[in-house]
Design a protein around this ligand. Structure first.
Ligand code: UD1
Length: 418
C-alpha cells in the first residue's frame, strides 16, 4: 500500500487546475445506461479510482465503455447482466446509482445493499421508497436489493431529508417512467443540475433542478448525448484550504467559486484573501487565520465533504471554532489523527470544539475515508516536519494527480510504497 510523505511548512504558490467533478461523473455514467441509440460522450471526467470502478461495473453489465484521457464514450448496447455485485458496491457506494436506470429501462435490477461506512449508517431507504412509489416491487434477498417493475409510473415523492444520490436515482428513473414525477425536498447540489442537463440532452423533460422541487415528465426512450462534466467543487475547496493553511498564494483555475460560496464566505471570515480572476480565483493568506464557526448542511449550506479540510485549517487558527456536522452522524474520524499532530480538538455528539494551536507537528497518521484523508494532507502541508499518511488509496478514489498538483505549487510531497 502506498503512503504519502509531506514535508510541511512551504507556502504554496502558483496555479492549480481543477478536474471535473467525481460526484457528477458517477451519476452521468449511470445515466448512460438509459440511452437506446447513439453514444453518450462524457468530457472532463476526472481520472480517479471511483470512476474506474464505475466503468468496470458498467462493463461487467455488458456495456461498451471506452476511456480516452478525460473523455468516456459509452456506446448503446443491450446489457447482459442487471446486477451490481457486493464486491464493487462495497468498494464504492455510488454503485447504487445504477438502480434507478436499470429498473426504469430493463424492468429489473439487483444491487447489493451498501451497508454502513466510515462516516455513518448511510441508509438508502429514501431511494427505495421513491422507487416503490413509482410502482417498483422491492425485495431484499441475501443482502441484495431486487427491484422489479414492468414499467415505472410517475409519482409524487417527498424526501424526509434531501438525499443527493437518492434525488439522482429517482431523476434517472422518472425520466423513463409513465407520466409525471414530482420530487419535493429534493437535493439542490450542482451535481444534480449537471445530471439533469445530461438527461435533457438525452431527451428527458425536467424542470426545477437546482431547487427543492423537481418535476419530470417521463418519456418512452432516451438517446445519446455529449456532455461536459462540471468542475469539482470539493477539489476546489480542498486546494483553497491548502493555499490558506500554508499561507500561500494560489490561483485556482477551471472552476467557479460560486459553487462553494458558503466555504468562501467562511474563509474570508477566517482572514483569507479571495479574489476573482478571469481563469478562476486566487486564495492568499499571509497571516495566521482566525477561528470561525461552521455548520454543515445540504447545498447551498457548508458541504460536509469540506468539513474535515476546514477543521485542519481551524486547528492552526487563532482562537476557538465550533464545527457542527449535521449531515452524517459519525464524520469526525479525522479528529483523532489531527490530535496526533498536536491539534486541540474535543468532540461532543455532532460538535467539535477546535482550539487553535501555535503549530502542528508531523506524525504518522492514517487515512480513514476520502475527505478525512484530504484533511490530513492539508494539515501535513502546514505541520512542522515530515507527515506520513498511510492508506492513501482513499485519496486516490477522489483526487487525481494530487502529488503532481501539490508539487507544482512548491509542496514537498512524495508517494512511497510501504
Ligand atoms: C453524496 C455524495 C457525498 C456527500 C453526500 C452529502 C456522491 C457520490 N456522494 O452522498 O460525497 O458527502 O452526498 O453531501 O454524490 N439518507 C437517509 N436515507 C436515504 C439516503 C440518505 O437517511 O435513503 C441520509 C444520510 O444518512 C445522510 C443524509 O441523508 O445523513 C444525506 O445523505 P446523501 O445526500 O444521501 O449522501 P449520498 O448521496 O450518499
Amino acid at each position: 500500500m502506498d503512503k504519502l510523505l509531506i514535508e510541511g511548512g512551504v507556502p504554496l504558490r502558483g496555479e492549480v487546475k481543477i478536474d471535473g467533478a467525481k460526484n457528477a461523473a458517477l451519476p452521468a455514467l449511470a445515466a448512460s445506461l438509459l440511452a437506446e441509440d447513439r453514444e453518450v460522450l462524457l468530457e472532463n471526467v476526472p481520472q480517479v479510482v471511483d470512476i474506474r470502478t464505475m466503468c468496470r461495473l458498467l462493463r461487467d453489465m455488458g456495456a461498451s465503455v471506452e476511456e480516452e484521457g478525460t473523455s468516456i464514450r459509452i456506446l448503446p448496447r443491450e446489457l447482459t447482466s442487471l446486477e451490481a455485485p457486493y464486491d464493487l458496491v462495497r468498494k464504492m457506494r455510488a454503485s447504487v446509482l445504477t438502480l434507478g436506470p436499470l429498473v426504469a429501462r430493463y424492468g429489473y435490477a439487483k444491487v447489493s445493499s451498501p451497508g454502513g461506512c466510515a462516516i455513518g449508517e448511510r441508509p438508502i431507504d429514501l431511494h427505495l421508497a421513491g422507487l416503490e412509489a413509482m410502482g417498483a416491487k422491492i425485495d431484499l434477498v441475501d443482502g441484495y436489493i431486487e427491484a422489479r417493475a414492468d414499467r415505472l409510473r410517475g409519482a409524487e415523492i417527498y424526501f424526509d431529508t434531501p438525499t443527493v444520490t437518492g434525488t439522482e436515482n429517482l431523476l434517472m428513473a422518472a425520466a423513463l417512467a409513465d407520466g409525471c414525477t414530482v420530487i419535493e425536498n429534493a437535493a439542490m447540489e450542482p451535481e444534480i443540475s449537471d445530471l439533469a442537463a445530461l438527461l435533457k440532452g438525452m431527451g428527458a423533460k425536467i424542470e426545477g433542478e437546482g431547487t427543492e422541487r423537481i418535476e419530470i415528465q417521463g418519456t418512452t426512450r432516451l438517446t445519446g448525448a455529449r456532455h461536459r462534466i462540471l468542475p469539482d467543487r470539493i477539489e476546489t475547496a480542498t486546494y483553497a484550504a491548502a493555499a490558506a493553511i500554508s499561507r500561500g498564494d494560489v490561483l485556482i483555475q477551471g472552476t467557479d467559486k460560486e459553487m462553494i460560496a458558503s466555504v468562501i464566505q467562511k474563509m474570508i471570515a477566517a482572514g483569507a484573501e479571495i479574489t476573482s480572476e478571469q481563469e478562476g480565483f486566487r486564495v492568499a493568506s499571509g497571516e495566521r487565520l482566525q477561528g470561525v464557526d461552521v455548520t454543515t448542511a445540504p447545498y447551498p449550506g457548508f458541504p460536509t465533504d469540506v468539513q474535515a479540510q476546514f477543521m485542519a485549517m481551524m486547528a492552526l487558527a487563532d482562537g476557538t471554532s465550533v464545527i457542527r456536522e449535521m449531515v452524517f452522524e459519525n464524520r469526525f474520524m479525522h479528529v483523532a489523527e489531527l490530535r496526533r499532530m498536536g491539534a486541540d480538538i474535543r468532540t461532543k455528539g455532532a460538535s467539535a470544539v477546535v482550539r487553535g494551536v501555535p503549530s502542528l507537528k508531523a506524525a504518522p497518521v492514517m487515512a480513514t475515508d476520502l475527505r478525512a484523508s484530504a484533511c490530513l494532507v492539508v494539515a501535513g502541508l502546514a505541520a512542522e516536519g515530515r507527515t506520513q499518511i498511510a492508506r492513501i488509496y482513499h485519496l486516490d478514489r477522489g483526487y487525481s494527480s494530487l502529488e503532481e498538483k501539490l508539487s507544482r505549487l512548491g509542496a514537498r510531497v512524495r508517494r512511497v510504497k510501504d
